[in-house]
Structure formats: structure tokens, C-alpha cells
Design a protein around this ligand. Structure first.
Ligand code: PLP
Length: 362
């Protein structure tokens, strides 16, 4: 049957392209003419193995990954990595450095602290997470085993504007909410990881990309299914992988290529977010707490200065089919997430609603 399709601005799980959902539906009915659904296929079968291999290659091509970076498909979402990174990569007495720029980097630090002497080497907490501290001010030192960053803070709407150079300290990045939204300089990173539920769609799946030379020191208590080196040796199939999530990721990577690849998608994302930020900055009705240079292209976080209008804004937006615009539960305010799949129509519907709302209540 038909239903009323709304414009979904959720921070993740996020909106998906209609054509990808249709292709996924077809695969759920009959996959590769096997006479059964993808969900019924054996994970050890040739067809599914080939799907995983293709998906890995698509990621390698999109990010121009050199051979000494491994690509893993793991379970437990991005949050599980907050623990699995130290278990796999950090000797018990070594120190890990964290750059604290908002909600998610703080979560990563708090969890990381359980596994050894973790240290915040830079923070923008005092200014309300309104910016990214410049690398020149980070307390980077040779004794750090690695340095963890969150290049796009989903809840705070603050984003690194480039891939930082940490010299000889391996850089580890939680790219969950910006993964595959722009080209990256992979050489700058020792490891990147991303929960797939933003630019790729499915929940639960986390993609881990790790440089060969960082491996080899997993702690003995690391669960086998979460041991990077053991999973690499088994092509991420030690146990039953997230088959549907890998399939949807594959379809999203096909779609990404159809859009023209990362450079094109990045320009498109920037132009969408600029149109919302421009409106916010026009006068004092709306407010964005983040300094202009470090505003997120993916998650536009803002508020109405007359905060008593916030609930009315959400209710009226929703009545017009513009949904899930509430800010993160801890950050409050409003948030419009504009991942790769957000259609231009959604963004222009949002800006015209914001204009109209301001005209009526400003
Ligand atoms: N890291 C970032 C930057 C996120 O935005 C999120 C989810 O929104 C997470 C981690 C947590 O992801 P998951 O729910 O897959 O554990």
C-alpha cells in the first residue's frame, strides 16, 4: 500500500534513498535468483562471501585505501569499539590520548578509561563544545600509544575541517556520523571506524579500518569475535555476520557511486548545510552555538532564542511532514541531520518552513 512519506531529519538511523530501499526489497524477496531471500542465504555460501568481498572492495575504492589497511565488518555498533580499541590495540600500562569535543568523544574517553591510563589531551568543554581545539594545542607526546578523535560530533554539530596531522602518534577516529561523506587522507589515520546507521543505513554494523602495523598486541581476554587480527584472518566470518546490514551497505555504496562518488557528494552536502546555516545567521531568531569554521556539514544543531517556541516549532514542522528535528537528548534544542541521502527537496522544505515560522513568530 501507499503511505505518506515524510522528510526525516533524524541523526541516525537516518533517511535512505527510495531506490535503495526498493532494491533491498527485491533482494529480500529473491536474492540472486537463488529462490530464497538474502536473509535465508548461508553466510558461508559463495554468493554471500562474494557480496562481502565486493562490499569491502567498494569501501577500499571509495576511500582509496592502501593494501596495508584492513577492512572489517563487526557487530556491536560504534559504541562497542570504545572498549574494543583498547582491548585490541593498547597494552595495559600504555596511555591513550583523547580529544574531547562533545558527547561522543566523551563517551569514548569514559569507556576507554576502564582499560588503562587514558588522558584528555585537548578539550573544548569549557566553551560548551562550540569548536575543535587546534592540533597545535593538543598535548601530543611520544608516550601516547594512540590518540582518539571524533571528527564529527553528532550531538553537538561540531566537525573537524581537515584530517589532523598527529605526527608519529597513531590517530584513531570515530567517523560514525561522517563516514563516506567526504574524501579523507587515510595516511593520517592508524584506524577509523564507523557505525553504519548514518550514511550507510543499517544499525548494528560497524566498519573498522585498521593499519596492519598496529595489530598483534590484543589482550588475551579480548573476545574472539571482537579480535581484529582473528577476524581479519577469517574475513569477518568467525561467526554469523550481519548479513542484511552488509547487503544494505553494498547497495548504498552502489548508490554513492551513482551519485558521482565522494567529491560530488561532499560538495552537495556542503551546499545543503550552508543553505540552513545561512538562514540561521540571517538574524537573531535562530541561533547556532558552533563557531562558523567548525560547524558540522552532517548535523546542523541550532535553537530558537525564544526557547518557549521550540515545542511549537517541532509540532508545526511535524504537521508539515518534517520529522525528527529535535536535538540530541543531552544537547537539547533542534537538529537537522543532512547525511548523503537527504534529498534537496527535504532541505528546501525545511528552510521554507523555518522562514515561515520566523515570519509568524519573530
Ligand atoms: N559515535 C558517534 C559519533 C555517533 O554519532 C554514534 C551514534 O549516534 C555512536 C558513536 C554510537 O553508535 P552505536 O549506536 O552504533 O553504538
Amino acid at each position: 500500500g501507499s503511505f505518506r512519506r515524510t522528510y526525516n531529519f533524524a541523526a541516525g538511523p537516518a533517511t535512505l534513498p527510495q531506490e535503495v530501499l526498493e532494491r533491498a526489497r527485491a533482494g529480500l524477496a529473491d536474492w540472486q535468483d537463488l529462490g530464497y531471500s538474502l536473509l535465508e542465504a548461508p553466510f558461508t555460501g559463495d554468493e554471500f562471501k562474494a557480496l562481502m568481498e565486493t562490499t569491502q572492495q567498494q569501501i577500499r575504492t571509495a576511500l582509496a585505501l592502501p593494501d596495508h589497511y584492513h577492512v572489517l565488518f563487526l557487530q556491536g555498533g560504534a559504541s562497542a569499539q570504545f572498549s574494543l580499541i583498547p582491548l585490541n590495540l593498547l597494552p595495559p600500562t600504555a596511555t591513550a590520548g583523547y580529544v574531547e569535543t562533545g558527547h561522543w568523544s566523551t563517551r569514548a574517553f569514559e569507556e576507554g578509561q576502564r582499560y588503562g591510563p587514558a588522558q584528555v589531551i585537548a578539550s573544548s568543554r569549557d566553551s560548551g563544545f562550540d569548536r575543535i581545539p587546534p592540533v597545535s594545542q593538543w598535548a601530543l607526546s611520544e608516550h601516547l600509544h594512540y590518540c582518539h578523535i571524533t571528527p564529527n560530533e553528532t550531538a553537538n554539530g561540531v566537525q573537524f575541517q581537515s584530517d589532523p596531522d598527529c605526527g608519529s602518534v597513531p590517530l584513531i577516529a570515530d567517523m560514525t556520523s561522517e563516514f563516506l561523506s567526504r574524501p579523507i587522507d587515510i595516511k593520517r589515520y592508524g584506524m577509523i571506524y564507523a557505525g553504519a546507521q548514518k550514511n550507510l543505513g543499517p544499525t548494528g554494523l560497524v566498519i573498522v579500518i585498521v593499519r596492519e602495523d598496529l595489530l598483534g598486541g590484543a589482550r588475551p581476554e579480548t573476545p574472539t569475535v571482537f579480535n581484529y587480527q582473528l577476524q581479519i584472518a577469517q574475513q569477518s566470518r568467525i561467526n554469523t555476520p550481519l548479513m542484511f546490514a552488509v547487503y544494505l551497505t553494498h547497495l548504498m555504496l552502489v548508490w554513492l557511486e551513482e551519485q558521482g562518488g565522494l567529491k560530488t557528494v561532499q560538495a552537495h552536502n556542503i551546499s545543503q548545510s550552508q543553505s540552513v546555516y545561512r538562514l540561521i545567521d540571517e538574524d537573531d531568531f535562530f541561533h547556532c552555538p558552533v563557531i562558523p569554521e567548525h560547524r558540522s556539514v552532517m548535523n546542523v544543531c541550532f535553537s530558537i532564542r525564544a526557547t518557549q517556541l521550540t515545542q511549537r516549532f517541532l509540532a508545526e514542522a511535524s504537521a508539515r511532514g518534517l520529522v525528527n528535528l529535535a536535538g540530541h537528548s543531552q544537547a537539547g534544542g533542534l537538529r537537522a541531520s543532512l547525511y548523503n541521502a537527504q534529498p534537496d527537496d527535504a532541505v528546501s522544505a525545511l528552510t521554507s518552513f523555518m522562514n515561515d515560522f520566523r515570519r509568524r513568530y519573530g
